[in-house]
Design a protein around this ligand. Structure first.
Ligand code: R5P
Length: 294
């Protein structure tokens, strides 16, 4: 049993090897003068290999490193599991406009083509479209661990989901925190601008609002929800995102909207937030998968 850590494993490879008791090796990468990458792996003849590689920015490079690694192993008598803590391209899960490619479907086909038999990922944008992968999939929900980290941090917490797609995530975080939750319905236009379609109540007055979301990318969604919370009398607003993509300008946007603290996980590296390690949850997912297979 071997854990192979990619350049975007964010310490989760180390965590998994410790928790599962597997050996750990690092994938060696180098670049050709034109920028193309190559990978080098240790000699693996048989057994199980868990490749750990998140596919956050630079997405194509990180994804390609994973594909090259799996392809280099493929063919030997080895069973490959890919741990992809942040799964890129999952947001384009259908054709929003005629002619658009469905990127998550392409990614799933590529993973399959390089011999990956099982996949473990954390809070993918939508789990339905992952199913055309064909192999075994374990989806880890990290919001409970994130919420556990926040226990006792706030005096009067209330969880807010910034859109209806996040209701289950927020409900489960609120359950851990033992507090109320409410949610908003949002609209996103063709240019990516968001607006509130409907607010679903909740007593915000004097509360410490924690906006829980799967992804914080441009920060537009959190900004909108934070402004709404303050307009209803919130005492403070913080943001908890499983995947802190935080593109340029997002931190500023959150700050300007009065977001006081940002929490996240190590599926994506983001130094300016308080993050929790999801290695144990992923290890538990791998164990579950092994139990189901045997
Ligand atoms: C959307 O459905 C997701 O759950 C997030 O709310 C969204 O990806 C956040 O993106 P942004 O930070 O760019 O508003």
């Amino acid at each position: 049993m071997l854990v192979l850590g990619g350049t975007a494993s964010n310490g989760i490879d180390i965590g998994l090897s410790r928790v599962l008791g597997y050996d750990l090796e690092k994938i060696e990468t180098s670049k050709f003068p034109d920028g193309e990458i190559k990978v080098r792996i240790p000699e693996i003849k048989e057994g199980k290999v868990v490749i750990v590689q998140s596919t956050h920015y630079p997405q194509e490079k990180n994804l390609f490193e994973l594909l090259l690694t799996a392809d280099a192993i493929k063919g030997s008598n080895v069973e490959i599991t890919a741990v992809i803590p942040y799964l890129a391209y999952a947001r384009q899960n259908r054709s929003f406009y005629p002619g658009e490619g469905i990127s998550i479907s392409t990614v799933m086909s590529l993973l399959k083509a390089v011999g990956i038999k099982s996949l473990v990922t954390v809070n993918p944008h939508r789990s339905g479209p992952l199913m055309n992968f064909g192999g075994k999939i374990e989806v880890i929900r990290a919001e409970r661990r994130l919420a556990q980290h926040l226990m006792g941090v706030f005096t009067r917490p209330m969880v807010l989901a910034p859109d209806s797609g996040g209701v289950e995530l927020a409900r489960s975080a609120a359950e851990v925190l033992g507090c109320e939750f409410t949610y908003l319905d949002k609209n996103r236009d063709a240019y990516g601008n968001v607006s509130i379609k409907e607010a679903h109540g909740g007593d915000f007055a004097g509360k410490d609002i924690i906006i829980f979301d799967d992804i914080i990318s441009s920060g537009g969604t959190i900004e909108l929800a934070a402004r709404h919370a303050y307009s209803k009398g919130a005492a403070s607003v913080s943001a908890a995102g499983v995947h802190l993509i935080m593109v340029d300008g997002a931190a500023e946007r959150l700050k300007n909207a009065g977001v006081q603290r940002i929490f996240g996980t190590n599926t994506v590296p983001y130094e300016k937030a308080e993050t929790v390690d999801v290695s144990e949850d992923i290890a538990e997912g791998i164990r579950r998968m092994e139990r189901d297979i045997s």
